[in-house]
Structure formats: C-alpha cells, structure tokens
Design a protein around this ligand. Structure first.
Ligand code: DQA
Length: 153
C-alpha cells in the first residue's frame, strides 16, 4: 500500500431534457428529489471519493453536444442522463465517441420496464456501462462506477 494521494479526477455530469423538472415531473416515475438535490449530493459524494464534478442541464441537443466536445482536455469522465435524447440522438452518441472520454449512462427509471421506444439507447454501445432504475441512486452508482473505472484504467 502506498500513502501517496490519488490524483483528483475531474468529472462532468450532463442532464438532458426535462430533467430540470425533477421533483414535479411524473413523480410516480421519477420520484420527488429535485435536480438541485441530486447535484448537491453528487458534489459531496465526489469530494468524498477524490473527484470534482461539474453538473450541467440542457433541454437542447446541440448544447449537450457542445458540452461533450468542450469536455475534451477538461474532464476525465462523463456521467450522462440524456433523457429522451438517449433514444433518438445519434449526434450525442457521435460526440461521446469522438472525444473518447469514458462515459457512464444513467437513468432514474428502469427504461427496460417501460414503453418499447425507451428500450433502445444510442449511447449504451459506446458507454463503458449503463445504470438504470435506481432513482437518484443511479447517479451515485454511476459516479462510483466511473471513478473505479478511471482509477483502474
Ligand atoms: C430517463 C428515461 C428516459 O426515457 C426519459 O425520456 C427521461 C428520463 C430516466 O432518467 O429515467 O427523460 O432518462
């Protein structure tokens, strides 16, 4: 065992469309926790695990693509809940593939228990993994998985 401190990891958390409405939006599916509460929790959890996170939300596909492109050289990993763009956006998938930043896809709901149009993710094949169905805990699990992955690789 070495007593050397591990390098601080810089991570980007991206939230896609309608996730700004968490807490009010279909609470029977997405629960009552707000996006602000999720972000605050991630900031603390990241600090505990030796990382910093920047959390951004956009309802616009192009803004998410821009954020992914700008992440190059700034962040070592990305956690993304692309919301409905998960199921439609080749552009977001291509941006993640282009920057080659290890990315974990997360969803609050279990997308495979829901409508069939939610069963396909354009992001999953180029993500290091996907976590779906654990409510706000999906983000916490995604953060832990991403940090473990980056420390090992
Ligand atoms: C979601 C699942 C998507 O199908 C949906 O469009 C969302 C939220 C989730 O976190 O469960 O907006 O990504």
């Amino acid at each position: 065992m070495t007593s050397q401190a591990l390098p601080l990891l810089s991570l980007l958390v991206l939230h896609g469309p309608n996730l700004n409405l968490l807490g009010k939006r279909e609470p029977h599916i997405y629960g009552s926790v707000t996006l602000e509460e999720i972000n605050q929790f991630l900031l603390k959890e990241a600090e505990r695990l030796g990382a910093t996170v920047v959390c951004l939300q956009s309802n616009q596909e192009g803004v998410l693509v821009d954020q992914i492109q700008e992440a190059l050289g700034k962040y070592q990993g990305i956690i993304i809940n692309a919301g409905a763009y998960t199921h439609t956006s080749v552009a977001i998938r291509d941006a993640i593939a282009a920057v080659k930043i290890p990315t974990v896809e997360v969803h609050l709901s279990n997308i495979y228990q829901r409508e069939s149009f939610r069963h396909h993710s354009y992001i999953a094949p180029i993500a290091i993994g996907q976590i779906s169905g654990f409510g706000p805990n999906s983000y916490r699990l995604g953060l832990q998985a991403l940090i473990d992955y980056l420390r090992q690789n």
